[in-house]
Structures are given as C-alpha cells and as structure tokens.
Design a binder for this molecule. Structure first.
Ligand code: ADP
Ligand code: MG
Length: 242
C-alpha cells in the first residue's frame, strides 16, 4: 500500500452490548505511514472501536478490512500474525520474564520472526542496556510501557494500535514517546492512537476523529478538529475527555 492510502479500514461498524448500541455505524480509515487519533468523552465508544480493529470485540455488522482482506471474523492472534499489533491500556507484560524475553514473545506472535527486529525494538525504546536482563515485575510504569511498545514492534507490524499510550507517563516520557511514534510513522508504520491527552494528540496526530455516543461526529486535520472541539465544549455538556 502506498503512503497515505488506507491500510486498515472500518466500515459501518455496529456493536451492541446487551442491546445497548456502543458503536452506531463507524467508518474509519488508517492511512499508511500516518498517525490517526480517536478522541471523545468517556463512554463514546473509543475502546470498543479499538477492540473491533484488534479483534477482541466482534461487531454485529460492518467490516474490518486490512489491505484487500476482510478480517472481520479473524481472532486477535490471527490479526497480529497479519501485522496488526496492539498495546494494552492495562499493562500486560509477563512479570517473571526479563525485558528482553518479553520483547521476544512479541516477535514470536508477530508477522515475521526477525531477531533483528527484537534488537531494533529494544534500541528504539532505550531498553538495550542493563535493563534488558531485569524481570519486568520490578520496573516502573514508564519503563513497562516501553517494554510493551517494544514487544508490539518486535513482530514487525504494519499497523500499530495504541490504547492510551501516555497513561501514567510523566512529561519527559510523553515527549520521548511522541518522538518514537513519529519515527515509526516516518518509517511507514500505520498508527492509531486512542488518547485522552489532547496535548499529545495535537502534537502527534495527522488526522483526528472525534467520537460521541458511538458515532464519529468530526474528522479532519488535527489543528482544525481540536480547535472546533473548544467551541463544542463551550456549548454542550461535553465535560472533558476521559
Ligand atoms: P470509551 O472507550 O470511549 O470510554 P467504550 O467503548 O469503553 O467507550 O464504551 C462505550 C459504551 O459501551 C459505554 O457506555 C460503556 O459503558 C459500554 N460498554 C463498554 N464495554 C461494555 C461491555 N463489555 N458490556 C457492556 N457495556 C459495555
Ligand atoms: Mg476507553
């Protein structure tokens, strides 16, 4: 897929939990080598959309298409094999394995097993020093987030889905994260960021989609959309983003 053309597409996604409509016909394109952000208030359906793309929630209707392939019915692990990697909002590293071992697990679950990719991921996330031999259990949140991102990258993904990647990070760590994510996009990786930190979104994303009540209500270049959001916030009960 050429840069800028959609790698992953969602079409008319509908999700219902016990009759409650969490996604009400969502379309989304993730263009190759671009950073796409999804923002919106608590309960808007952001995580549900994320799970539909990752394969952990099955829509009642609609499609998820990777390149030319319909992956709507594929489970999460099969999508990872095809190059759709993700991180977890709740950290999900193996506590008894070392940093390097955790990252190796990612390589085995990924699109191709490439030992070079493990080393590159460790280096990119600043985990190639002494820390690589430490058990993940003892590490601070900021380091664990880097381990998790390295693990996702170790499988050489085409698409990287990030759920609240800045959660629990300090300002310096967020700046470093933004630098890494920009480098990945420049290298051709396609990124989706679901994030409540609007400063990070403004700094990072090419395109932003605003969700409310299971629908995408605004989309466009990040500057335009986040400007519009201020106006929107003033005139509604929209009391911030989760
Ligand atoms: P967001 O990530 O934007 O906060 P979610 O996708 O988590 O929104 O949730 C969208 C709506 O679906 C919310 O009203 C939430 O309470 C509901 N919901 C999410 N997951 C479940 C579930 N497993 N069972 C029932 N309702 C759910
Ligand atoms: Mg959520």
């Amino acid at each position: 897929v050429a840069p800028g053309l959609p790698v992953l597409r969602a079409r008319a996604l509908r999700v219902a939990y016990d009759g409650f409509t969490a996604l009400d016909g969502v379309d989304l394109d993730l263009p190759r080598g671009r950073i796409t952000a999804v923002v919106g208030p608590n309960g808007a359906g952001k995580s549900t959309l994320f799970h539909c793309l990752a394969g952990t929630v099955r829509p009642v209707s609609g499609r998820v298409v990777l390149g030319e392939r319909d992956i709507t019915r594929l489970p999460a692990h099969a999508r990872t094999r095809l190059g759709v990697a993700r991180t977890f909002q709740q950290l999900a590293v193996f506590p008894t394995l070392t940093v390097a071992e955790n990252v190796h697990v990612g390589a085995e679950q990924g699109r191709v097993v490439d030992p070079g990719a493990v080393e590159r991921a460790l280096r990119l996330l600043g985990l190639d020093g002494a820390v690589r031999t430490l058990p993940a259990a003892d590490l601070p949140t900021g380091t664990l987030r880097r381990v998790e991102l390295a693990r996702a990258l170790a499988g050489s993904p085409r698409v990287l889905l990030l759920d609240e990647p800045a959660a629990g990070l300090d300002t310096g760590e967020v700046t470093a994260l933004a630098r890494v994510l920009r480098a990945l996009a420049a290298d051709g990786t396609t990124l989706l960021v679901v994030e409540h930190d609007l400063d990070l979104v403004a700094d990072l994303a090419d395109t932003v989609h605003v969700m409310t009540a299971g629908r995408v209500v605004a989309s466009g270049p990040v500057g335009h959309v986040l400007e519009g959001l201020d106006v929107y916030t003033e005139h509604t009960e929209f009391d911030g983003l989760d």
